[in-house]
Design a protein around this ligand. Sequence first.
Ligand code: 9YT
Length: 132
Amino acid sequence: MIVRTLQEAEKTARRVVSENWDSTRLLLKGDDMGFSFHITTIYASTETPIWYQNHLESVYCIEGKGEIETVNDGKIYPIKPGTLYILNKHDKHLLRAKTQLKLACVFNPPLHGKEVHDGIGGYPLEAEEITD
Ligand code: 9YT
C-alpha cells in the first residue's frame, strides 16, 4: 500500500515546472502500477502544442475553462470541470487554457518522473526517475 498527498508531493522533485504548466507526479513508473497519475496546473491564457507519440493519456478537468483543438481535423472540444478527454489515438492537439486549469492526468506507459515536453510536445520513453 502506498499513500501520498498532493500537499507533500508538491514540495518535492515530483513537482515538475514547464513554461505553460506545472505537474505534480503522484504515481510513477517506479511504483510498478503500469500507469502514472499526475495533478497538472495549466496556466491561464496559454496555448500548449502537445503530441504524445509514445504515450496514451486521459485527462480529467477538476477546475477551470479551456479547450482542445485536434490538429488533423481542426475540431474544438470545450473543457470544463467534469470533462474527461481521452487521447486514444495519440492525437496531436493544442491545449488552450482560458482560465487556470487543474487537471488529473493518467499516462500509459507511466512517466519516470522528470520528463518535460520535447520540441513537438511529447515525452521520450526513457527518462530520469524520481525515486523518493
Ligand atoms: C494535459 C497535459 O498533458 N499537460 C501537460 C503536462 C502533463 N499532464 C504532465 O506531464 O503531467
